[in-house]
Design a protein around this ligand. Structure first.
Ligand code: GLA
Length: 725
């Protein structure tokens, strides 16, 4: 039993393999948070303190007891207007414009299995995997508001998920103005906060800072999870390192706007929360209606950040990703974007296919530019029919031609967008999200389709069906601008931004259900929608439009805290790099791109014979390594932001093999020897370096490291393969 309720004390205990989460419905019906940390037994509320606190109000039912204040006590689902002046998880405005919702416990149920959320992606339990759900109901009679707090427990994964459903069970409408799924309060302690910030072509840069008094928040107002902030937040003890210390992680299973907050309050208590972005969200609920806040995945580790990431990785890989490619080998692709941009015809595609095939590539992905009138990025989005003039054949014929070469065929689409210069726009102006009477904000010269509309979704589904029915087995699903104005001709506009995401998920669900063997790679100008919501439908995501090997070290490092390597798509591109102008050795580009789902993004016809030989070897090597890369445990051996050696490692879960990857960005005169210190090897065992034949004692190299050959230039890279003997 992973969920227990103790009638006498009102304490709920959620237990996973290594963690315990406790809360209590107290005598006033307030749901107080008690504990989230290392596994413990018993029902006690030892951690609560009560004191008369000036200017921290007391609930009326506490009578003369001024020591009970929701402003000071740790809570599960703090609401605005109930005496807690910290940032709330729920803000409600009634039909008279009055704010406030004092919620009290009104029941709970414990059920077997992990809950699902209608229309939203969520963690699922696998067959034979234990899981339970706790639903706690909190109510407010005046408003006729019922809040169902959902807790899902996957004990073997050390995962607890949270979601919240608000229902109007009253007679009058009210509006939900802010809605979060998770809140964890810590009654004492000083912490660091780790978040991941960035920009287009430089996503998920690691940031760690000491949490001071006040509030710190990250989020996205862009209708997408965004390049700017990843929906992942980690609270860590000051001493937490990769292998030591306590840390708590939250990540949002949602691809739209989000907010994550960390507040260090007047009593030096800390609150962390995550949920929907407030901006453009104001959700009126008529009697009988409800709204669901998407799920937050939570995990705790008292063995440092590495274990925390392993928990997230296993959960995303096994309990979020679905379909044929959940665990099967990802194809090595050759993508035409950086190779050809818009400049190709059918003949060129076939030539590239033949040349790629002889290198060992599995799949040719024809990127942007294959559909009518799309010879630059100013037009034609929405018109998803092949440009037969440009291709010299139908799409089905091109697919057949590439397959005849022996490659699978993948294609780029950007289904949620519409160009003003398109047949679709000329026929359906009202399908674009433009506020009547306003000039729209353009992004890459394009507009966003209103995914909250049925007819739009139907159009997109049919267009994708026609494309996939030609025998295409891979879609790169792109999304190349942020949402700015939110307007729907057919819906309640206060809900449109949320309904947009439900609409997107509905189309993705239909496509993945009809084509379960098609691999969809998510993309949003690179990694602008790199989140667990998309990973529910697309098991890999184009990690960044930046293919520069050195920049990618930092992007992959930041991404690895919340996401498994199988989710990270990375390609070797030509030099000078198109984003940075930097020249790096082909070997380093390959070492870095082999991080996850691997491929090339260059014109194979322009390669020298030496490069062709090297690339054929790289592809053969990747095919040997891809199981350990996508299924093994991942270890960050250094921090590329601060260390002059960047190293990471994969270890088979049974410890039988390890792959250690190292890049030394800068060589120096008379350079000290470069040592790398692996982790996760079987203690007491010996390992052989497959290439050199050297034998290493696991305990010694995990303690003191082993030396690599001296670097011979900048960006020297190494891949060391160890096998247990
Ligand atoms: C986005 C993607 C790129 C490429 C282009 C095509 O920028 O991230 O990989 O597909 O669009 O227009």
């Amino acid at each position: 039993m992973s969920i227990k309720f103790d009638e006498g004390s009102g304490i709920f205990t959620l237990t996973t393999r290594n963690t315990t989460y406790q809360m209590k419905a107290d005598g006033f019906g307030c749901l107080l948070h008690l504990y989230y940390g290392a596994k413990t037994e018993g029902f006690t509320d030892w951690g609560l303190t009560f004191a008369d606190r000036g200017f921290s109000g007391n609930p009326y039912d506490a009578g003369n007891d001024r020591t009970y204040s929701l402003d000071a006590l740790p809570q599960e689902f703090p609401t605005q207007g109930a005496g807690d002046y910290r940032s709330p998880a729920l803000v409600v405005r009634d039909s008279d414009g009055v704010y406030g919702a004092d919620l009290r416990y009104s029941g709970h149920v414990i059920t077997e299995g992990k809950y699902t959320l209608a229309g939203l992606p969520a963690v699922y339990a696998n067959p034979n995997e234990a899981s339970q759900t706790l639903t706690i109901t909190l109510s407010n009679e005046r408003l006729g508001l019922k809040a169902r707090l959902l807790y899902g427990v996957i004990p073997d994964k050390d995962i607890i998920t949270r979601s919240a459903i608000i229902t109007n069970v009253g007679a009058k409408p009210f509006t939900v103005e802010k809605l979060y799924s998770s809140c964890v309060d810590f009654t004492h302690g000083d912490f660091d906060l780790i978040t991941f910030h960035g920009r287009h072509a430089m996503e998920r840069t690691y940031q760690r800072h000491n949490l001071q008094h006040g509030s710190f928040s990250i989020g996205s107002r862009r209708g997408m999870s965004s390049h700017q902030y990843s929906p992942v937040m980690i609270l860590a003890s000051h001493d937490a390192t990769e292998t030591h210390g306590r840390c708590w992680g939250m990540q949002f299973v949602y691809s739209g706007g989000f907010c994550a907050e960390a507040e260090h309050d007047q009593y030096s208590q800390t609150r962390i929360m995550m949920g929907l972005a407030r901006e453009k969200f104001s959700y009126e609920l008529a009697p009988g209606e409800e709204v669901t806040c998407p799920e937050v995945i939570m995990t705790f580790s008292n063995e440092g950040l590495e274990k925390l990431s392993h928990n997230f990785h296993a959960c995303i890989r096994d309990n979020i990703c679905r379909g044929k490619y959940k665990h099967s080998p990802r194809p090595v692709v050759l993508n035409t974007w950086e190779a050809l941009h818009f400049d190709f015809d059918g003949r060129k595609i076939l030539d590239v296919a033949k040349s790629s095939k002889s290198l060992g590539v599995d799949m040719l992905v024809v990127d942007d530019g294959w559909f009518r009138n799309r010879n630059d990025d100013y037009r034609a989005l929405g018109d998803w029919t092949a440009d037969e003039g440009k291709l010299g054949c139908t799409l089905a014929e091109l697919v057949r031609g590439v397959k005849a070469v022996g490659l699978d065929f993948g294609i780029w689409v950007e289904p949620e967008m519409i160009s003003e210069d398109s047949e679709l726009y000329r026929a359906h102006k009202d399908w674009a999200m433009i506020i009547p009477g306003e000039k729209p904000v353009l992004g890459r010269n394009q507009l966003v389709l209103d995914m909250s509309r049925n007819d739009v979704r139907e159009y997109i589904f049919n267009a994708l069906r026609d494309i996939l029915d030609t025998g295409i087995t891979y879609l790169k699903w792109d999304y190349n601008r942020s949402i700015c104005e939110v307007y729907s001709h057919s819906d309640d506009n206060s809900k449109a931004i949320y309904q947009y995401m439900l609409g997107l998920y509905e189309v993705l669900e239909r496509i993945t259900a009809k084509y379960p063997d098609v691999l969809i790679e998510g993309c949003a100008g690179g990694g602008g929608r790199f989140d667990a919501g998309m990973l529910y439908y697309t098991p890999q995501i184009w990690c960044s439009d930046n293919t520069d090997a050195l920049d990618r070290l930092s992007i992959h490092y930041g991404t690895s805290f919340g996401f498994p390597m199988s989710a990270i798509a990375a390609h070797v591109s030509a030099c000078p790099n198109q984003q940075t102008g930097r020249i790096t050795p082909l070997k380093a580009r390959c070492t870095v791109s082999m991080t996850g789902a691997f491929g090339y993004e260059l014109d194979p016809m322009r390669l020298t014979d030496d490069e062709r030989r090297e690339i054929s070897g790289q592809i053969a090597q990747y095919k040997n390594d891809r199981e350990i890369i996508t299924e093994g445990l991942y270890y960050r051996l250094s921090n590329p932001e601060s260390d002059n050696v960047c190293a990471w490692e994969y270890v088979m879960t049974d410890g039988s093999k390890a792959l250690i990857c190292v890049v030394v960005p800068h060589n120096h005169g008379n350079m000290p020897a470069v040592y790398v210190t692996p982790r996760g090897l079987t203690q007491g065992a010996f390992y052989r370096d497959i290439e050199s034949g050297k034998i290493y004692p696991a305990d010694a190299i995990m303690d003191s490291g082993f030396p690599l050959d001296m670097p011979k230039g900048d960006c020297e890279s190494y891949m060391v393969r160890l096998e247990r003997i």
